[in-house]
Design a binder for this molecule. Structure first.
Ligand code: NAP
Ligand code: MG
Length: 516
């Protein structure tokens, strides 16, 4: 963690390149160098209450409507990445546990769920949505404690969207005939769903709500570092009296996910995670009856044209990469700036990142919380090192990061070329790679110059330019003059190595039905 130490001691906006020398164009004027923007912008702490949160010391598996000890007999620790404290022990499901979950799902599917009229299934989903709303604050605090994301994010973005997804798909449960006019939509059977750690409850909602609305039973595996909220969601399923076995939750690491993927009685796999694991899953299900959707990584470009409202654009860039610690698959991790406004944009960016508050994720004033795990922090540091070695220049504000926990300051690179790893690989941290372009054609070419194609952003005053550019961008979602806006009615998914299949909206029903 050598880099972290350097950062902690830093007291000025640091501009570094591979030789360790400073780029004077980007550095603050000499007179301002000793100013501490952090102090200037600091507020008194405003922590969200967490003393009422009831954590279990051990979280078993959720199979057939009950919490059961794992056959493996093994547990692993889930920690709070902001404090490195152990929060709880989580059951580690082995292949036998997964088999029990799959057969419980199969029974529930055949005996209850597939036979139930859509309007009845819808009632359960509405009930779940309302219970999530009732417990939203508690779930948001748990999400923040277990995953490190700011309470601002979990309370104001994640939880409202989680409830909204259940409400939205509840509405489809009895209207599938209208979703696919003239055709009959039959459920597929048992869906195995594997999700990552960046939006634990939201990813669970994206997967569970459409699957259940269409009449499938589910075996869900949350990510190893963020399993706790999924198990609190299981308590909500119990309270909603969802029939036993319709949703089963098995916790564990990659091996548990692999056991789901390889189980012969699973009809569908829905995976959100890294492109590497996605490719392995694709190989594993090839030649089987299993249907597959993959939501993988991204390296989104935000394109700022000279005619864009620059303050607004910079604010959008900031929220698109720094909030949620850059732990967003569709994060705007590349910034393409038209040459004429490059110096202005860079100066605004530099000033703005100096005002971002990094720290206690439970504090309502924190803009950037903790990096989800030590492993993720190491990945970020390794990629930032590669950027410096390959000749790019790093800008970081002076910040004193908390002594415990995993943190990374908001940072950006200039002098980035398309061949740099930081321009091609997903950093999945609060690090932006800034490049320039001259013409709209060049912007499109640079934006598309990546193996991914999940999302992109365009900032300009001209509506015509937006339409022209958007049709040429090879990305599943393109935001114009805004960024990272989500709604359950809107489909989301990737091109190229960002995966296939769509989640959200009417399109999100398709992966869970057989149309006849
Ligand atoms: P990951 O390592 O691929 O893990 C994703 C999930 O798959 C986790 O539950 C993981 O378990 C499990 N897993 C690991 N190896 C497996 C295997 N061989 N077979 C089956 N399951 C396996 O991804 P991550 O690092 O947690 O998440 C970050 C990635 O997710 C980023 O690349 C990001 O872009 C992507 N993401 C994409 C979207 C989207 O919608 N496109 C949304 C969010 C995130 P453990 O973690 O417990 O080991
Ligand atoms: Mg954790």
């Amino acid at each position: 963690m050598a880099r972290q130490k350097t950062v902690r001691r830093a007291e000025a906006v640091v501009v570094r390149n591979g030789n360790g020398s400073r780029d004077e164009r980007l550095a603050l004027p000499r007179s301002e160098r000793r100013l501490n923007f952090g102090d200037k912008w600091s507020y008194a702490p405003a922590p969200e209450a967490s003393d009422y949160i009831k954590l279990r010391s051990r979280y078993p598996l959720f199979i057939n409507g009950k919490f059961v000890a794992p056959k493996s007999g093994r547990y692993f620790d889930s920690i709070n990445p902001a404090t490195e404290e152990n929060l709880a022990e989580i059951a580690e499901a082995n292949a036998k546990d997964v088999a029990a979950a799959v057969s419980s799902a199969r029974r529930a599917y055949e005996k209850v769920w597939r036979k139930m009229p859509g309007r009845e299934r819808g009632k359960y989903l509405y009930r779940i949505a309302r219970l999530i709303q009732e417990k939203a604050r508690e779930l948001a605090v748990l999400e923040t404690m277990d995953g490190g994301k700011t309470i601002k994010e979990s309370r104001d973005i994640d939880l409202p969207l989680v409830a909204a997804h259940f409400f939205y798909y509840a509405g489809w449960a009895d209207k599938l005939d209208y979703a696919f006019p003239g055709r009959r939509a039959e459920p597929l059977g048992v869906a195995g769903q594997i999700i990552p750690w960046n939006f634990p409850l939201l990813m669970a909602a994206w997967k569970l709500a459409p699957a259940l609305a269409c009449g499938n039973a589910v075996v869900l595996k949350p990510a190893e570092t963020t399993s706790i909220t999924a198990l609190h969601l299981a308590e909500i399923f119990q309270q909603a009296e969802l029939p036993d076995g319709v949703v089963n939750i098995v916790t564990g690491a990659g091996e548990t996910g692999r056991a789901i993927v390889e189980h012969p009685d699973v009809d569908k796999i829905a995976f959100t995670g890294s492109t590497d694991v996605g490719k392995r899953i694709l190989q594993s299900v090839a030649g089987t009856k299993k249907k597959l959707t993959l939501e993988l990584g991204g390296k989104a470009a935000n394109i700022i044209f000279e005619d864009a409202p620059l303050d607004q654009a910079v604010e959008g860039i900031i929220s698109g990469i720094y909030f949620n610690q850059g732990h967003v698959c569709c994060a705007g991790s590349r910034l393409l700036v038209q040459e004429g406004v490059f110096p202005h944009v860079i100066r605004k960016l530099r000033d703005r990142i100096s005002t971002l508050r990094v720290g206690n994720p439970l504090d309502k004033n924190s803009d950037i919380g903790a990096i989800n795990s030590r492993m993720q922090l190491e990945k970020i540091c390794e990629l930032v090192d590669s950027g410096l070695k390959q000749g790019a220049e790093l800008v970081q504000p002076r910040l004193r990061l908390p002594a415990k926990g995993y943190w990374y300051p908001p940072s950006f690179f200039t002098g980035v070329t398309a061949s740099h790893r930081i321009a091609q690989e997903e950093i999945f941290g609060p690090v932006l790679s800034v490049m320039t372009f001259r013409t709209p054609e060049e912007a499109v070419e640079r934006a598309n110059n990546t193996a991914y194609g999940l999302s992109a952003g365009v900032w300009t005053d001209k509506g015509s330019k937006i339409f022209k550019i958007v049709s040429k961008l090879r990305a599943g979602v393109v935001w114009a003059n805004t960024y990272n806006k989500f709604d359950p009615t809107s489909p989301f998914g990737g091109y190229k190595e960002s995966g296939f299949g769509r989640e959200g909206g009417l399109h999100g029903l398709l992966p869970y039905v057989q149309l006849t």
